[in-house]
Every structure is written in structure tokens, then in C-alpha cells.
Design a protein around this ligand. Structure first.
Ligand code: SF4
Length: 550
């Protein structure tokens, strides 16, 4: 075995990637990521001690979140970037140990003290091979499973927190909690009960992180509004923007204004079209293509440069590698990289813009429009209409079908459920799972579209706000008393924190698929199933029948 990773739904044989990731992650990168996470635990050890003494290092705190974000599925495949992060982690850890006065702590775990003999990559690889996910197998499979559930949960939490920080919206409590969890994963004294309690707190923090990001997005860009988004192309050169970072998109829109270049969105950037401050740019012309895993064909056909702002990269072909740009925590070896912004300045997208002028116009893939923008504010504005439709029987149920898309054929299930639900059902969605059904003509109920798209995966928070407003409107006691069913598609670690957030809010009877996470031991999976009535998906026919039965 040259690596071990089982953090996402597409892990090999639903057990673990051991030679090369199904996602394309090379074993060397996986091992460097393992060493980085080991060092992050060491930073967290000293950081938590410093925090207890009333001292913080904001640079180190944000670094921990960003480095975790860099290790999520499909975010960064660039070994050189991980070597640089490892070196920075060592420096930040030393600074924090001094700040905490814990340099000579004889009880400190190895993660807090280990030093490389030299700065050779082979030294890092040798150590990384010893500290990966399976290095704590001796603690028992349930403790190990809970530690990994927590690690993958805080990876999603870290990514959402970083998105908010990129919009200058901060919450030090979230960064502190991430370190508390990292330290807990080193603590052999933590019992199953301790870790289960921490998992629930992790979910609560997930709600906070998504609320923070919602505040960041809506205060910067306005509340999403129902918007018909063009799916075609416009004359002229274009730049395609993917990932989740709305600030990157805005800075690019400013820098391309008046240049004759059109800007297109891809995948999870689709919801950008619904924000008033972004849709005001006339050269933000359309959404191009489908969800992340279609990108190889679609990026080839696009013809112009592509900017990946966050996770969702798949191994590019040589045909477009020279047109591929990454920024932030995203990375691919050999792709262009747009450096971080300097204090008080925007990122410099001039090389990306110059590339657009060299390339040919995008090839049209499809035409027509799709309607998006049903985040909590927009739904609240028609709440009376929604409540009336439920009371009259025109709407019998809502089905939350949020989450992620993925490559497996088994995900056809989600298209089949969307198509097969009775006409009196409304689908509430967020994240790229929607690409399985958002271009089907599912119609509307008295003017209310049957697919209400709240936005990116983090906008699952919007669905929670919508559900809570319906609790008040219907005068029931909890979200579990509403005519809402949950049929969630998961893929990576952002979905893990969304799921934990829903569980922490007491949401029960969630269907989850296409498979349950490989990192849940049988006992931990059973505990979650028993406590929250979580259900694996079955077949579309069976689940539709069960949804309709309520
Ligand atoms: Fe495998 Fe998923 Fe890990 Fe990639 S992220 S190596 S596909 S488990």
C-alpha cells in the first residue's frame, strides 16, 4: 500500500484508495497531505495551549483552516505546494510553541515536536508514510472511525470558514474549534461518547460556518433573487470560472469590464448569477456545462481559459492544461497559478485575461435558460404563497435533494427520483447534486417552480432557514413535523459537514447515498442510523413510494 485515503464517496471499492486516488491524487501527494495534517495537529496542540493563556496567532489559525481546505477532495494535486505548506507549518508551529510557552513540554505529542532531519522531499515522504489515517489503528475501529469523521467534518468546516474569511467575514471561535478537534484526534483518553459529543458540536459549528458564509455572501453581493440564467454562449472571447469563490469572480468581472471578454460560470459557480451585485455585470453572460465531473469534455470545448477558484478539479487533458489557471487553495501541477491578493489589493488576473485574448470563442453546448436564486430571502418573500399552496393541497411535500454530484452511474437514482416524484412535490436543492435534474422540465405549482435552487452546497444553510420559517408558518414544533423529506447526495468533505449540521439541528429520517461513508465503522454507522433514523438510499421506486407515504 503506497497511500491510504477514504475521505470521499468515490473511494476505491468503497474501502479506500491505496495506490492512486480515483480522483487522480498521486500517492506522493496523498502522503505529503498526511504529513501536513500531522503537523496541523501539532500546531493545534500549541495553539490550543496559547489560546488558554489568552494568546492567539491569527496567521497560524487561518493557515490551519486553509491547509485543511487544500487537502479536501479535488482541491489541490500539486506536491510542490504541499511541500511549501509543510515548511510553513513547521515555522508556524515553532512560533506558536514559543507563544504558548510549551517548547519544552515533555507531554507534548509527537505531532507537536517532530522535526525533519533535513528539508528533502524524501524526508517528508518517509515521515508522511508513518502518520497517515491508518497510523492510529491500535485505538480500535470505532474510535478511529469517529476521529476520521471529525477530521473530514472539520475539513468541510475549514473550507466554508475560509470562504467567509476571503470576504473579510471572520469568526475566531470556528478557527479555535477546528484546532480543538485536531487536538482531540491525538488524545487517547477520549472515549466513544466524548467523540460522539464532539461530532455533534462539529455539526453545530457547521451551522455557524454556513451562517457566517451566508452573511458574508449576502452582505457583499446582496440576497440572491430568482434569475433565469442563459445556458448558451455569446460572441467574443470568454473566461470560464469554476469553484466556489465569489470574490475571485467579482474581481475578475471588474478587471474584464470593457475588454470585450465574456465571463461564464461552471459547476458550483452557477449561483453567482442570482446575486444582485454580480448579475449587474453585463459580461457575466451564461453558465457553461454541467457539474464538476463533466469538465474534461466541457473545458476542451470551451476553448478559452478556465479559472478554478476552489475544489472541483479533475485531472486535465494536455489539450487544455495551458488554459487552466488555479488560485487560492486550488492547485494542479503545471497549471498557471494566480497568487493571493496583497493587502488592500485585488488579485492580478492579467495573465488569465491575456490568455483569453489568444483563444478562440467558446463552442456552444446547449441553449435555453434555467432559473435559480431561491435562497432563504427569496423563498421568505413568497412564504404566504407557499403556505397557501400546502394548505390547499397543491403542494403535498417538499423533498430536500441537496448535496453533490459524482461520476457513479448509481447517481442516476437522483434523476429518477426527481422525475418520478408526484407533481405535487417541490424539490429544495443546493450544491451540484442539482445537475442531475435541474435541466429537466419539471414545471411549477401555481407559479412556484418544482425545483427551488438555493445555491452552492453551503447554501444548504438556506434550506435550513427556509425549513425553520415553515416551522413558524405552520405552527408545528420542529422541522421533523413538516411535510419535508430529505434525500441527500454526498461526495466529499463539504457534504460531511452539511450532514453533521443537519443532524445537529435534530433533522431525522435523512436518506443518504449513493453509499454510506466508508470511514464509518459498523458500530458508528449503526449509532447514527439509530439516533437519527438515517437511511441509506434504496431504489428510486422504493424511495419515492416511501417519500409519498410520508
Ligand atoms: Fe480516493 Fe476520494 Fe481520497 Fe481521492 S479523495 S484519494 S478518490 S478517497
Amino acid at each position: 500500500m503506497s497511500m491510504f485515503c477514504y475521505q470521499c464517496q468515490e473511494t476505491a471499492r468503497n474501502k479506500g484508495c491505496t495506490v492512486r486516488g480515483v480522483c487522480g491524487k498521486e500517492s506522493e501527494v496523498a502522503v505529503l497531505q498526511d504529513l501536513l495534517i500531522f503537523l496541523l495537529k501539532g500546531i493545534a496542540y500549541h495553539g490550543t495551549k496559547a489560546r488558554a493563556r489568552g494568546k492567539v496567532d491569527p496567521e497560524a489559525d487561518l493557515f490551519v483552516a486553509q491547509a485543511l481546505f487544500a487537502t479536501i477532495t479535488n482541491a489541490n494535486f500539486d506536491g510542490d505546494r504541499f511541500v511549501r505548506m509543510i515548511e510553513r507549518a513547521l515555522a508556524l508551529r515553532a512560533g506558536l510553541a514559543a507563544l504558548a510557552g510549551s517548547e519544552s513540554d515533555t507531554n507534548a505529542p509527537e505531532a507537536a515536536t517532530w522535526l525533519p532531519a533535513n528539508q528533502a522531499r524524501s524526508t517528508y515522504l518517509a515521515k508522511g508514510a508513518l502518520v497517515g489515517l491508518l497510523s492510529d489503528s491500535d485505538v480500535g475501529e470505532d474510535i478511529q472511525s469517529l476521529r476520521h469523521l471529525l477530521l473530514f467534518g472539520i475539513k468541510g468546516l475549514a473550507a466554508y470558514t475560509d470562504h467567509a474569511y476571503m470576504l473579510d467575514t471572520e469568526n475566531a471561535e470556528l478557527l479555535g474549534f477546528i484546532q480543538e478537534v485536531l487536538v482531540a484526534t491525538l488524545d487517547d483518553g477520549k472515549t466513544v461518547q466524548d467523540l460522539v459529543a464532539l461530532v455533534l458540536r462539529c455539526g453545530e459549528m457547521g451551522v455557524q460556518a454556513m451562517a457566517l458564509l451566508d452573511e458574508a455572501n449576502t452582505s457583499h453581493f446582496g440576497h440572491p433573487e430568482p434569475t433565469a440564467v442563459n445556458l448558451g454562449v455569446a460572441p467574443g472571447p470568454g473566461i470560464l470560472v469554476s469553484g466556489h469563490d465569489l470574490r475571485d469572480l467579482e474581481e475578475l468581472l471588474i478587471q474584464t469590464e470593457g475588454t470585450g471578454i465574456n465571463v461564464y460560470t461552471h459547476g458550483e459557480m452557477l449561483p453567482a448569477h442570482a446575486y444582485p451585485r454580480l448579475k449587474a455585470y453585463e459580461h457575466l453572460v451564461a453558465n457553461y456545462g454541467g457539474s464538476w465531473w463533466h469538465q474534461k469534455r466541457e473545458f476542451e470545448q470551451f476553448g478559452g481559459p478556465i479559472l478554478m477558484t476552489t475544489n472541483c478539479i479533475i485531472p486535465p487533458s494536455e489539450t487544455y492544461l495551458d488554459r487552466l489557471f488555479t488560485t487560492g487553495m486550488a492547485g494542479w501541477p503545471g497549471a498557471h497559478y494566480i497568487p493571493d491578493r496583497l493587502p488592500g489589493k485585488p488579485k492580478d488576473f492579467s495573465s488569465l485575461i491575456a490568455k483569453a485574448h489568444e483563444c478562440h470563442e467558446p463552442e456552444q453546448l446547449e441553449d435555453g435558460t434555467i432559473t435559480i436564486g431561491f435562497a432563504h430571502n427569496a423563498v421568505a418573500s413568497v412564504a404566504d404563497k407557499v403556505v397557501e399552496a400546502v394548505k390547499s393541497g397543491a403542494i403535498k411535500r417538499f423533498v430536500v435533494m441537496a448535496g453533490c454530484d459524482g461520476r457513479h452511474k448509481s447517481r442516476q437514482y437522483f434523476s429518477d427520483v426527481a422525475k418520478g416524484l408526484p407533481q405535487d412535490s417541490v424539490i429544495l436543492t443546493a450544491g451540484c447534486a442539482k445537475y442531475r435534474y435541474n435541466k429537466l422540465d419539471l414545471g411549477d405549482i401555481g407559479g412556484i417552480p418544482r425545483v427551488l435552487d438555493a445555491g452552492q452546497c453551503n447554501d444548504s444553510y438556506s434550506l435550513v432557514v427556509t425549513a425553520l420559517s415553515l416551522v413558524a408558518a405552520f405552527g408545528v414544533e420542529s422541522v421533523n413535523d413538516l411535510p419535508i423529506e430529505y434525500d441527500i447526495a454526498w461526495y466529499a468533505q463539504k457534504a460531511v459537514i452539511v450532514l453533521l449540521a443537519l443532524l445537529s439541528l435534530g433533522v431525522k429520517r435523512i436518506r443518504l447515498g449513493p453509499t454510506l461513508p466508508a470511514f464509518l465503522s459498523p458500530n458508528v454507522a449503526q449509532l447514527i442510523v439509530d439516533t437519527f433514523d438515517l437511511m441509506p438510499i434504496t431504489t428510486a421506486e422504493e424511495d419515492i413510494a416511501s417519500i409519498v407515504a410520508g
